[in-house]
Design a protein around this ligand. Structure first.
Ligand code: ATP
Ligand code: MG
Length: 173
């Protein structure tokens, strides 16, 4: 599908990283390309999964537990789920079946220590030249920003979260 693939990163504290990734997936599928959309640290069924499962050419997988993980409460099981998730994404990428591979929230998984820098660096090293790779999540590490070809920072100007409005179905999940 693509003549050449690049590495994209969507990071920053403002809203829009995962929704932008979903938009890119939609665009790729609409052009006849195939998408593997892996989501780290998410175990529940979100609106996007129900919508994407109705579409051809987009495969979604989640790698996480049902609860919202806190950095101080990471267990070996959480690390295992994330490591296994990265391996599933790696197999998908290496299968040659996908034009776009998304690792949603992988930056947070790195920041939480669920996956190692080395594992993600190896993943990037193994990217086939025609595969587009997108890594999302707050706290993208410096080395990843330097390695990526495109980096967008969603800048927090204002968010109703700070006024106590929690995630809403249809808007945040
Ligand atoms: P979206 O999925 O809407 O595009 P995103 O991927 O850019 O958003 P994430 O960083 O993944 O955003 O945020 C996920 C959740 O974190 C949101 O559902 C929101 O309720 C919550 N959140 C928003 N702002 C903050 C904040 N300042 N601190 C902690 N959690 C926040
Ligand atoms: Mg997100």
């Amino acid at each position: 599908m693509l003549e050449r693939g690049f590495v994209q990163v969507y990071t920053g504290n403002g809203k829009g990283k995962t929704t932008a990734a979903l938009g890119l997936a939609l665009r790729m599928a609409g052009n006849g390309g195939r998408v593997f959309f892996g989501q780290f640290m998410k175990g529940r069924l979100y609106g996007e999964h129900r919508a994407l499962s109705a579409l051809p050419r987009i495969d979604v997988r989640t790698f996480g537990g049902p609860r919202c993980l806190r950095r101080e409460e990471v267990t070996e099981k959480d690390r295992e789920m994330a490591r296994r998730g990265l391996e599933i994404c790696r197999q998908a990428m290496l299968s040659g079946r996908y034009d776009l591979v998304v690792l949603d929230e992988i930056n947070v998984a790195l920041w939480f220590g669920l996956v190692s820098d080395e594992a993600v660096k190896t993943f990037l090293d193994e990217r086939p030249g025609k595969t587009e790779l997108l890594l999302t999540g707050r706290y993208a590490p410096r080395w990843l920003i330097e390695r990526a070809d495109l980096v967008t920072e969603m800048k927090l100007i204002k968010h109703y979260y700070d006024a106590g409005v929690m995630a809403r179905d249809g808007i945040e999940r």
